[in-house]
Design a protein around this ligand. Structure first.
Ligand SMILES: [Fe+2]
Ligand SMILES: [Fe+2]
Length: 232
């Protein structure tokens, strides 16, 4: 039945329902950038790349300690370089420290209280990556460096696993909640522009390609390798 033939109260109900649906659709679209990836999804999938580097760090710590000493040191150096370009120079400095943390800090609350620690961890991460890179520079790891290097890789992974988990569940959620749909849409586009300027292409796709190659060189690319053993 055409809307104009409905009784006034039924027509008002339908108009309200239509307006609510339009508003919801607008919110969903407003959160997305050019390629349909929202700003928060963008940040969280970047964490996915960084966590794959953490998996490589833990894996290489075990390979370093293995008696056969079969580690491809060049592949570990490439993993560090990827963390420095994609994690430190782009994700941390260009997005979190420039956009996310200042907004979250201004808003106050639980997320704001985490910012000082997150910044400390960015700094410690950079120091640890510089240390790991220096230990890989000669193309081989001396016997006396095996344990300190393995410990640096493991402590980095432990710190950054917690770091990304707190950012994903508290900090990014607070940032998202502080923005309007239009602001989130603009942020998504700004993030994409920064990514393209930094990497001269899709930085996420390039980083995924690189981490896959590093995993393959280290024999760490098979997901099934990480399936936990049967406890029985
Ligand atoms: Fe961070
Ligand atoms: Fe992060």
């Amino acid at each position: 039945m055409p809307a104009e033939l409905l009784d006034p109260s039924r027509r008002a109900t339908l108009l309200l329902a239509g307006a609510a649906a339009a508003l919801l659709t607008g919110c969903a679209k407003g959160d997305e950038g050019d390629e349909g990836v929202s700003a928060t999804e963008d940040l969280m999938r970047e964490h996915g790349v960084l966590r794959r580097i953490l998996v490589v760090y833990r894996g290489t710590a075990s390979l370093l300690r293995a008696p056969a000493g079969s580690l491809d040191v060049g592949a570990l150096a490439d993993a560090v370089a990827l963390f420095q370009t994609f994690g430190e120079d782009y994700h941390e400095r260009k997005l979190e420290e420039e956009y996310i943390f200042p907004t979250v800090k201004k808003k106050g609350g639980e997320a704001a209280a985490l910012v000082a620690t997150l910044l400390d961890q960015h700094k410690r991460g950079r120091e640890l990556n510089a240390y790991i890179k220096a230990k890989c520079a000669a193309g081989a790891v001396g016997t006396g460096d095996v344990e300190p290097l393995a410990a640096a890789l493991e402590t980095f992974a432990r710190m950054y696993e917690a770091h990304t988990a707190y950012e994903d569940t508290i900090v990014f959620q607070a940032w998202r909640a502080s923005m309007s749909a239009a602001q989130l849409h603009d942020a998504g586009e700004t993030f994409e522009d920064i990514e393209r300027a930094q990497f001269k292409g899709d930085g996420f796709d390039l980083a995924v390609d690189q981490i896959e190659k590093i995993e393959e060189r280290l024999g760490l690319h098979d997901l099934a390798h990480y399936t936990a053993p049967d406890p029985a």
